[in-house]
Design a protein around this ligand. Sequence first.
Ligand code: BEZ
Length: 160
Amino acid sequence: MAPVQVGDTLPSEDLFEDSPATKVNIAEFVSGKKVVLFAVPGAFTPGCSKTHLPGYVQNADKMKADGVGEDAHSVSINDPYVMAAWDAQHNTKGKVRMLADPNRNFIKALNLGTNLRPLGGFRSKRFSMVIYDGKFQELNVEPDGTGLSSSLVDKIKYKN
Ligand code: BEZ
């Protein structure tokens, strides 16, 4: 199956925030909104912690001022407690929502997963996307799957 493309509809999948008890259905959440979503190969990994996530945290207020109505959403194939601990370390509340895809359903539905043996197997590729009213308006997938170039915050064209 090919990865999702610009113009496709975001799949309806449940993600988890803070604990397995708090479901966030991503399709319901993005309906009628402009949302920036980025995915990382793993919480706490060096590239994700030092570069990818901090860029979105630091630019959260600017993105909102520029018309992105919501906090950015960070997704990783980790459990929700790991994402909550990563949130606490980076003080992301009110800037980036930390959403877990522990059963891999969302990343599989996007067909944006990759096998990362050093992290234990199937994980998300690193990517960013702009979703407008449930459809992909922009999609930036790292060409090598995990690099830190096209998916960084300064490459997003969310103003369009
Ligand atoms: C990282 O540092 O972001 C990273 C480490 C191992 C695999 C993928 C990403």
